[in-house]
Design a protein around this ligand. Structure first.
Ligand SMILES: [Fe+2]
Length: 99
C-alpha cells in the first residue's frame, strides 16, 4: 500500500517552533530505528541489530545536540540580539559536531 505524506512544513512562527519540530523529527527517527532493532532482536538477526546500533548511537547524539540548541534558543529568545550570536555560533560550527 502506498501512502502519500504531506509536504514538510516550511512556515515557522518562531525559532523555538523550528527547533522543537527538529527535535521531534529526530525522536521520530530514533523510534523508527528502535522498532526495526526490536524486530531484528526478535528474529535473532544480530547482524542487522549490530548494523543499526551505529545509527541509534548517532540518533542519541543528534537528539542531544538539537535539544541543547533548543534550550539555547528558548533562553536567548528572551534577550534581543542573543539569537544573532547563536546563529553565528551555529554557522561557525556547521559541519562540525557541537558536542
Ligand atoms: Fe538524525
Amino acid at each position: 500500500m502506498c501512502t502519500f505524506q504531506a509536504a514538510p512544513k516550511s512556515d515557522w512562527k518562531t525559532p523555538v517552533e523550528v527547533w522543537t519540530a527538529l527535535h521531534q523529527a529526530e525522536q521520530f527517527t530514533t523510534a523508527a530505528i528502535s522498532k526495526i532493532m526490536d524486530v531484528a532482536l526478535d528474529k535473532k538477526d544480530h547482524a542487522t541489530y549490530s548494523f543499526l546500533k551505529e545509527y541509534i548511537d548517532e540518533q542519541v547524539s543528534s537528539e542531544d545536540e538539537i535539544l541543547s540548541i533548543l534550550e539555547k534558543v528558548k533562553a536567548y529568545g528572551a534577550l534581543p540580539g542573543l539569537l544573532y550570536h547563536l546563529d553565528h555560533e551555529l554557522e561557525k560550527s556547521a559541519g562540525k559536531p557541537l558536542i
